[in-house]
Ligand binder design. Structure first.
Ligand SMILES: [Zn+2]
Length: 345
């Protein structure tokens, strides 16, 4: 599966760090372009007139992911999850043409999904934020639908703001610790973790000329087009055949093993974080269930199941604790911390 070609630029503003991202319109065949019953219900929550399935065109947009981008920044999975709610209801604009005010698509659902078998540059499981959007079918929209289906409109420009950018090496605020993004420190790549999202903004379609599209595909091939693929090496190993590797292949195999080791370590960290969260929320929403029982339940769950449980508990706990929003309070703290620093001599 191809990952979204995400790129961006960013700048400071009154509302945290603005980040603009290049998203991708999903074009895999499994995705339905007719809404399901549930989707139709969600869509009709946004429209004045009731639409039927035949009136609507729906599609998937990959908004952002947890991989390190060209600016050496990334959204950790927690940020993607928080952004889900913020993107729902946001409209997408097609063109800078005079009738553009009518030509909008709207996101009606949004969720963070893991893509099996894909890891990020840092060796983590790859996650991405996928939105479902709709366009009403009809004269002025048919050109746009055609442009999406034919791949002419394949990319979208997405914007959001976050309160904090954390250094991946030391955990301090990026830019204040002396580490430089893109440099390697003790074998660890320095990049900014974008955390505590504040808001998501409208998005727009980017027309991609066919030529550029072809260029992108070509560079992908060149990157992987070395003499022997990892699959071939692994096939030989699993068949217990003797292996004759040259130095480039050995290096490739070693990189692969290192990535797997790191991925396993990160997986363990992520699992522990999820368990800690479930423990916390469980104490709030079901105080009569002992920690021991909760521990026993969690021990049999996969990471995905733990994540599901955590999300469900989180919703229930926030219902009990009232409408307190941890990311808002933390963004406020950050600002206060910053302004103090500015006035210190
Ligand atoms: Zn640092």
């Amino acid at each position: 599966m191809k990952k979204g070609d995400l790129e961006g630029m960013n700048f400071e503003s009154g509302r945290g760090l603005l980040k603009s991202i290049r998203g991708d319109i999903g074009n895999n065949a499994e995705v339905q372009d007719v809404p399901s019953d549930e989707e139709l219900e969600l869509i009709n929550g946004y429209t004045r007139k009731k639409f039927s399935k035949e009136d609507l065109y729906v599609f998937t947009v990959v908004l952002c992911d947890n991989d390190v981008d060209r600016d050496y920044q990334r959204f950790p999975v927690e940020t993607l999850t928080s952004l889900e709610k913020m993107f729902v209801g946001k409209s997408g604009i097609f063109d800078h043409n005079p009738t553009a005010h009518n030509q909008t698509a709207r996101i009606f659902s949004c969720s963070t999904k893991s893509v099996d078998g894909v890891v990020t540059a840092t060796g983590d499981q790859y996650f991405r934020l996928e939105a479902r959007a709709y366009i009403p079918k009809g004269r002025q929209f048919d050109d746009v639908i055609y442009a999406i289906e034919s791949g002419i409109k394949k990319e979208v420009s997405v914007g959001c703001s976050v309160a904090f950018e954390k250094c991946s090496v030391c955990g301090e605020e990026m830019g204040k610790c002396g580490h430089k993004k893109g440099n390697i420190y003790n074998g660890k790549l320095c990049f900014g973790e974008l955390i505590d999202p504040i808001d998501a903004y409208e998005w727009s379609f980017v027309a991609v000329p066919a030529q550029r599209e072809a260029g992108v595909i070509k560079s992908y091939c060149q990157e992987d087009g070395r003499s022997v693929s990892m699959e071939e090496i692994l096939k030989s190993i699993s068949a217990c055949e003797g292996l004759n590797l040259d130095s480039a292949q050995t290096e490739k195999l070693w990189d692969y093993i290192e990535k797997l080791k790191k991925s396993a370590a990160d997986g363990a960290v992520y699992r522990n974080e999820l368990k800690a969260a479930v423990r916390r929320y469980s104490a709030v929403i079901q105080p009569d269930i002992s920690e021991k029982t909760v521990e026993k339940i969690m021990s049999g769950l996969s990471v995905r199941e733990l994540s599901e449980l955590k999300n469900s508990y989180e919703k229930k706990a926030s219902g009990i604790l009232g409408k307190c929003r941890p990311q808002l309070s933390s963004s406020k703290n950050t600002k206060e911390k910053n302004s103090n620093k500015e006035f210190k001599i």
